[in-house]
Ligand binder design. Structure first.
Ligand code: DGY
Length: 329
C-alpha cells in the first residue's frame, strides 16, 4: 500500500522510559511478540480467544494498559482511547492502519506504529496468484474436474487472458504495488503505475487488468465505483489485495452479472468476514479469499517482531522504528 501521509503531522512529545509497562495484545500472534515484550521487562496480557475482540472486550483489555498491540480487525477509536487513559503507544500488526483513528491518537499524544516492508513480497505474490487464477479461470477449471464436466480435451473451452503484452494498471504505486509490477513485468505485462495525482479513469480505460494497492482513506473509499467500472475496458479483470472498501461491491457485482468485467479476484472485502449470504458471492467469475495477503510464515512472524519492537522502543521513550505519521489535530 502507499503511505497516506497526512498533509501536516505532529511530533510527539518525548516521554520518560517505562521500565515495567503493562502491555495488552489482542490475540495470539506469530513472531512471539509477547516473549520479546516480556524479555524487555514488561507485563503482558494476551487475549486468547480466536475470534476478533468486541469493542467491549477491547476496552476491558486496554483500560489499564500502557501499550496496545492490535490487529487490523481491532477498531481503535476515540471511545477505546477514552477507556484507556494510560495508553501511550499502539502497534498495529499490519502495514495498513485504517482501523486506527489517527487524529484521536494524535490528540492524546499516543504513538502509533505499523509493520511495513516485511509483508510486501507475500502480498505481491498473492496479488499475482489472484491475477493468474482470474486470467486463466482456475477455480472454474478445477470445479469442472471435480464436478464431472471434464468430458474431453476441449480446444475452445476455458479460454483465458494471456499475460504477455496485456496491460496492468497498478493503482497505488507504493511498496506492494511496485513489487507486483516487478512480478508482472517478468510475465511480459505492460505496466502503468497510477498514483493519486494521475487520471485514474483514463488509466482504467487502457488496462486489461487493474490491481489495487492504495490505502483506505476517505478519498479512496469506493475509488472503484460504478463510474470507475464504466471507465474500465470491457472484459477487464479487477484484483484487490488492499482494502475491501476501495471497491463498491454492489457496482462490482452488477458488472460481473452483466459480463462487463471478465472477472474479479479479491483478497479483501467489505465487510470482513464477508457473510456467506452476501449478494457479492452470487456474482459469476469472482474469486474471494479471506484476507490472506500477508499469510506466509515468514511475513507473519516478522510482523509480530516489528510490532513488538515498535512498543519496546516507545516504552523506552524512544521513537518507534516503524512509526505511522500522525496528523496534526
Ligand atoms: C496489512 O498488513 O495491512 C495487510 O492487509 C495484512 O494482510
Amino acid at each position: 500500500m502507499t503511505d497516506p501521509s497526512p498533509a501536516t503531522e505532529i511530533a510527539l512529545p518525548q516521554r520518560a522510559a517505562l521500565a515495567r509497562a503493562r502491555v495488552a495484545i489482542t490475540g495470539e500472534l506469530p513472531g512471539s511478540p509477547e516473549r520479546l515484550l516480556r524479555d524487555a521487562g514488561h507485563d503482558v496480557v494476551v487475549r486468547s480467544a480466536a475470534s476478533p475482540a468486541t469493542p467491549e472486550e477491547l476496552r476491558a483489555l486496554a483500560e489499564d494498559a500502557d501499550a496496545l498491540l492490535c490487529t487490523l480487525a481491532d477498531r481503535v477509536d476515540q471511545s477505546l482511547l477514552d477507556a484507556a487513559p494510560r495508553l501511550r503507544a499502539i502497534a498495529n500488526y499490519a502495514v495498513g492502519y485504517d482501523n486506527i483513528e489517527l487524529a484521536a491518537a494524535a490528540a492524546r499524544g499516543v504513538a502509533v506504529g505499523n509493520t511495513p516492508d516485511v509483508l510486501t513480497d507475500a502480498t505481491a505474490d498473492l496479488a499475482m496468484a489472484l491475477l493468474l487464477a482470474a486470467a486463466r479461470r482456475l477455480p472454474e477449471a478445477e470445479a469442472d474436474v471435480r464436478e464431472g464436466r471434464w468430458d474431453d480435451w476441449n480446444p475452445r473451452g476455458l479460454l483465458g487472458l494471456e499475460l504477455r503484452g496485456a496491460r496492468l494498471a497498478i493503482v497505488g504505486a507504493g511498496r506492494i504495488g511496485q513489487a507486483v509490477g516487478e512480478r508482472a513485468a517478468a510475465f511480459g505485462m505492460e505496466l502503468e503505475l497510477v498514483g493519486r495525482d494521475d487520471d485514474l479513469h483514463a488509466a482504467l480505460g487502457r488496462a486489461d487488468v487493474v490491481s489495487l494497492h492504495a490505502p483506505l482513506t476517505p478519498a479512496t473509499r469506493h475509488l472503484i465505483d460504478a463510474s470507475a467500472i464504466a471507465a474500465m475496458k470491457p472484459g477487464a479483470i479487477l484484483v484487490n489485495t488492499a482494502r475491501g472498501p476501495l471497491v463498491d461491491q454492489v457496482a462490482l457485482a452488477d458488472a460481473l452479472h452483466r459480463g462487463r468485467l471478465r472477472a474479479a479476484a479479491l483478497d479483501v472485502t467489505d465487510p470482513e468476514p464477508l457473510p456467506v449470504d452476501d449478494p457479492l458471492l452470487a456474482a459469476p467469475n469472482l474469486i474471494v479469499l479471506p484476507h490472506i495477503g500477508s499469510a506466509t510464515e515468514r511475513a507473519r512472524a516478522a510482523m509480530g517482531e516489528r510490532a513488538a519492537r515498535n512498543l519496546i522502543a516507545a516504552l523506552a521513550g524512544d521513537p518507534m522504528p516503524w512509526p505511522v505519521r500522525l496528523p496534526s489535530p
